[in-house]
Write a protein that binds this ligand. Structure first.
Ligand code: BTN
Length: 289
């Protein structure tokens, strides 16, 4: 998979000269985005909303004929942004990327969609020399510190004709400075601005992420996720860690030893038994030497 298709990435890696430190709240600019998006598939339709409750909720609620496969809704501000497990996703206006993509898969890819989004995001960020990694199942982190850079929330609904509408939401901390984070998560999260010392052009970054995801999605549709899973393993910071997982109220401990072909986590329990984990929340993670 080669997620970096064309010139926008080159503009990104040029560094801070296209944005000075005081300019971290520039609105998304369609003129910087649309010429670099494909006429079909991921990003072929783009809606930039000034304010919405949640881009996921918005795309789930649209009538079927108004949200084709690949349509993207990006919001400058979400008044009820959703995180996993019913949590709120908060971001000050104009500083982050908050967007969702409509997917109409031929067969239900299950958890591979979230893995595809995490992998595509990590690849796009690595293209900017940011050492990002996947924290299974839905986080993108800075690989050394483990600080969270972004999160993914995939939701789905059945259309009347029984086909599946998936809505893949991605939130990425772009131009947040330390004071923008709520105090209670300052030691758990970071942003591109904090890591690199200068703000980023969010329009260019959005193009890069959509191109990256477009490429990963094509690969997933072609081989059912074989390439995705193989290439995700070395980028998955969770593998090789001793985990404590919260599974609907009960706790499970073990070492994360692999991702299976469906993108699920393979956990080696203290008994030696391998257990496949479909969903769960990592409460504690320590690297095994
Ligand atoms: C998480 O880490 O808990 C997932 C966060 C997902 C946030 C994104 S922002 C765009 C989309 N719209 C939402 O309401 N949530 C997702």
């Amino acid at each position: 998979m080669s997620p970096h298709a064309s010139s926008p990435d080159a503009r990104l890696s040029e560094g801070p000269e296209n944005l000075s430190p005081g300019m971290s709240q520039i609105p998304l600019n369609p003129e910087e985005i649309l010429p670099y998006l494909p006429s079909q598939g991921i990003g072929s339709v783009l809606e930039i909303l000034d304010e919405i409750s949640s881009t996921n909720t918005y795309l789930l609620s649209l009538p079927r004929d108004q949200c084709p496969h690949g349509m993207v809704a990006a919001a400058e501000n979400q008044t009820a942004g959703k995180g996993r497990h019913g949590r709120r996703w908060l971001a000050p206006p104009y500083r982050n990327l908050s967007f969702s993509i409509v997917l109409r898969p031929k067969t239900n890819p299950g958890g591979l969609v979230t893995l595809a989004a995490a992998y595509a995001t990590v690849q796009a960020l690595r293209g900017l020399s940011i050492p990002a990694a996947i924290k299974w199942p839905n986080d993108v982190v800075e690989s050394k510190s483990g600080l969270k850079l972004g999160g993914i929330l995939c939701e789905a609904r059945q259309e009347k004709d029984t086909t599946l509408r998936m809505v893949l939401g991605i939130g990425l901390n772009v131009n947040l400075e330390i004071g923008d984070f709520p105090e209670e998560i300052r030691d758990q999260a970071t942003s591109l601005h904090l890591l690199l010392g200068h703000p980023f052009d969010r329009s260019v970054l959005l193009v890069s992420l959509l191109q990256s995801f477009g490429s990963v999605w094509s690969s997933l549709e072609k081989d059912g996720g074989e390439t995705l899973v193989r290439e995700s393993r070395p980028l998955c910071a969770t593998l090789g860690c001793n985990l404590r997982l919260d599974m609907h109220g009960h706790t499970l401990e073990g070492i994360a030893v692999d991702l299976d072909p469906k993108g699920r986590l393979v956990l080696r329990l203290p008994s030696g038994v391998h257990q496949i984990i479909e969903i769960g929340e990592i409460r504690k993670s320590t690297k095994v030497d």
